[in-house]
Design a protein around this ligand. Structure first.
Ligand code: 13P
Length: 357
């Protein structure tokens, strides 16, 4: 338990957050298809190598979440990815759920699978060097959804997964995601997120998961993407923190947000507003575990081409530093611009050692 607590604290160490690069093969291929990047295991490897080899990434990133394919792959220099991350001062993590699947008798809703055989898979990931794990459940917003049955089933699975992780010595990142799709209001998202989180923590308690040795990865409380009333940055910050204060026990060491389809700048600005307005009265660290909000500009620049590796790393380094600033409540438009300038200088003075093409 002491190791779990120490690892959890490192994951939300001051000024740092997590980077999600654990897109499943299907999701990764979808993102690559948008830029006509070849959809092969080697292409996935080259892209993840580019990310892991970004000079100075460990200044802002405490841990990176890998996908099963990646944790079995090697960098160009034959170092396995988990070892390469550890060598750069970044904790290796692993996505262990097997995806959100259509839920029987609940049309339009999903339940995340992967509990059968999980104990054996976790033991193998520990051997490979993983220090923490992730399991994502999704909740769609609609007429009558998320239903009671869907919330209960996913919360139970999250708690069962978390218990198995702690038994294996891995810190569970518990990710219940209320999706942004829809035209719901900020208030409705807040109500649903609170209901989901209360259910998750009831199950976490029932399954004897140690709160001190886990990390929560929730959505921010946002209006639906199709809602004409998008809340201000401050309104989002207030709604999100209020919802978390009502539903997340104080013994949890850290809350790290997913980005869920928000732009990189908005995700930074909203996280920043939460820390500016509330940092001194929060019982947990409030940080990030972004995927798209950190990666998107880098992926677009890379385009699958070796010649674009350094500019892509520069973009990744820039976004990660902006999020690290937001996590401290120090992100402003001026910081966004200053970090852009210094990222260029940083890349010009640091050598890249991989060969993504
Ligand atoms: P996004 O930040 O792109 O939502 O990804 C985070 C994540 O890990 C989703 O499971």
């Amino acid at each position: 338990m002491q190791t779990l607590e120490a690892t959890a604290k490192m994951m939300v160490a001051d000024g740092k957050g997590l980077l999600a690069i654990d897109e499943s093969t299907g999701t990764c291929n979808k993102r690559f298809a948008k830029w006509a990047i070849p959809q092969t295991a080697e292409s996935h490897r080259l892209y993840r190598e580019l990310i892991v080899n970004t000079p100075g990434l460990g200044e802002s990133i405490s841990g990176a979440i890998l996908y099963d394919e990646t944790i079995r792959q090697e960098m160009d220099d034959k170092t396995p990815f988990a070892k390469a991350l550890a060598a750069r001062g970044i904790l290796p993590g692993i996505k262990v759920d097997l995806g959100a699947k259509e839920m029987a008798a609940f049309p339009g809703e999903k339940v995340t699978e992967g509990l059968d055989g999980l104990r054996t898979r976790l033991a193998e990931y520990v051997q490979m060097g993983a220090r923490f794990a992730k399991w994502r459940a999704v909740f769609s917003m609609g007429d009558g959804t998320p239903s009671h049955g869907c919330v209960e089933a996913n919360a139970h699975a999250l708690a069962r997964y978390a218990g198995l992780c702690q038994e294996a010595g891995l810190v569970p990142v518990v990710e219940p995601e209320v999706l942004m799709e829809g035209d719901h209001t900020l208030d409705v998202c807040s109500e649903v997120t609170e209901r989901v989180l209360r259910t998750v923590f009831r199950e976490i308690y029932a399954q004897r998961v140690k709160l001190e040795g886990m990390i929560l990865k929730p959505n921010m409380v946002l209006s639906g993407v199709d809602s004409p009333h998008q809340g201000s940055i401050e309104a989002v910050a207030d709604a999100t923190v209020g919802c978390l204060l009502r539903s997340v026990p104080a013994a949890v060491p850290g809350v790290v947000f997913l980005s869920g389809g928000q732009s990189g700048k908005l995700a930074s600005a909203r996280l920043n507003a939460m820390n500016v307005r509330y940092k001194l009265r929060l019982p947990w660290e409030l940080s990030f575990s972004f995927g798209r909000a950190i990666q998107e500009p880098a992926l677009e620049i890379w385009h699958g081409k070796q010649a674009n590796v350094i500019p892509a790393q520069e973009a990744l380094y820039h976004r990660a530093r902006c999020d690290a600033a937001a996590r401290r409540g120090e992100y402003t438009a001026a910081v966004e611009a200053a970090h852009r300038e210094s990222a260029a200088h940083h890349m010009a003075t640091n050598v890249y050692v991989g060969s993504a093409q």
